[in-house]
Design a protein around this ligand. Structure first.
Ligand SMILES: [Zn+2]
Length: 360
């Protein structure tokens, strides 16, 4: 069979976080899903987008890549988030008649067999990727990246196995490593990566180098350890007081992971917490006992916070505290991107999404 596979979001407009980074694990899982499907003899295209600097550009780029090939199924890999409370797997499809539906059900079942709650298939007619891709498509919300129970249970390799099994009925071992949240030691051919190496471990390193500000040259995170990557790694080693040898061994790896984690997971979490704290303080100061319904015509600090959040998940908007026509239009877009009723009013469901800090 032929497949398009992509990881959701990118490091410019990141997905959710909490116990781990969705964006990072989206990539670990999709790399393994691709490698496994290919090892089983299928044709697979990686339609992940690392370039789009806004949420909508990211989605447009993904769909363009998907629609450049004629395939049997488009597979989108995501992780869910809902302030720590939600847990389990769900798979989203465009309609009840979608040809992706049987695959979606199989994926739910095989991921649930790992111990995750089976939230089942969800029909989502408003999600850009499901709506705009030509082939039957499905979006896997593997589990919740902000739920401790799910995070404890989660392992990229097992998740990829379950997804592959759900799609083609079986899976296969591949000799490729991933950087997982909980360290799972794997046998390595040599103790470091260097110029000339290829594969997922190289790609993971490149993705992290790029995310912390070290460009790997014009090919980006292409899984191939060439001159651009060597130079980036040497600059990183120099900046962090490591031996400048262009070899990616344990010390460089540990340092890069810690710098990367500090930059992505913790900062995202912190800014999310900060926003939620300021919001809660404002809600309390204004005498509300719960999140109020905010709609066109509203003015003030709560509107300002809503606008700030919309900007942080990729919308371009003036943060002026005035809930006018533009803000209403952006709220509608925010809602439709998330499968909510696009009424332009910030009510309970919309608040939940705003508070989660998730970009899609
Ligand atoms: Zn996502």
């Amino acid at each position: 069979m032929k497949f398009n596979v992509h990881g959701g979001h990118n490091f410019k407009v990141q997905g959710a976080s909490g116990c781990f980074s969705e964006t990072k694990e989206d990539r670990n899982v999709k790399n393994l899903v691709i490698a496994k499907l290919q090892a089983l003899g299928h044709t697979v295209y990686d339609c992940t987008d690392e370039d789009g600097a806004t949420q909508s550009k990211n989605l447009v780029n993904i769909v363009n890549k998907c629609n450049a090939h004629s395939v049997d199924l488009d597979i989108s890999i995501h992780f869910n988030a809902s302030n720590g409370a939600g847990h389990g797997v769900e798979v989203l499809v465009y309609s009840d008649n979608s040809k992706a539906k049987p695959y979606a059900q199989n994926i739910c079942n095989s991921v649930a067999a790992l111990g995750f709650t089976n939230r089942g298939i969800k029909i989502r007619t408003n999600l850009y990727v499901l709506k705009k891709t030509n082939a039957p498509s499905l979006l896997v919300e593997c589990c919740f990246c902000d739920n401790q129970g799910d995070a404890n249970l989660y392992n990229a390799k097992k998740m990829a196995d379950a997804i592959v099994k759900g799609i083609v009925g079986k899976t296969v071992e591949v000799k490729q490593e991933v950087t997982t949240v909980s360290p799972t030691p794997t046998a390595k051919a040599k103790s470091y990566l260097s110029n000339g190496d290829k594969g997922i471990a190289v790609k993971t390193m490149q993705t992290m180098l790029i995310a912390v500000g070290y460009s790997c040259g014009k090919y980006g995170a292409d899984s191939s350890f060439g001159t651009g990557t060597t130079n980036a790694l040497k600059k990183f080693q120099k900046a962090y007081g490591l031996t400048v040898d262009g070899k990616y061994g344990n010390k460089s790896k540990a340092k890069l992971e810690s710098v990367y984690n500090a930059k992505t997971i913790q900062t995202t979490k912190k800014s999310n917490d900060d926003w939620v704290n300021r919001l809660n303080a404002e809600i309390k100061a204004q005498g509300f006992s719960t999140y109020p319904l905010v709609k066109r015509g509203a003015k003030g600090n709560i509107t300002k916070l809503i606008q700030e959040r919309l900007v942080s998940v990729g919308f371009s908007l003036k943060i002026d505290g005035d809930f006018g026509e533009t803000t209403e239009a952006k709220v509608k877009k925010f809602q439709s991107n998330r499968g909510l009723k696009a009424d332009g009013k910030v009510g309970e469901k919309t608040w939940e999404w705003l508070i989660s800090g998730k970009s899609v």
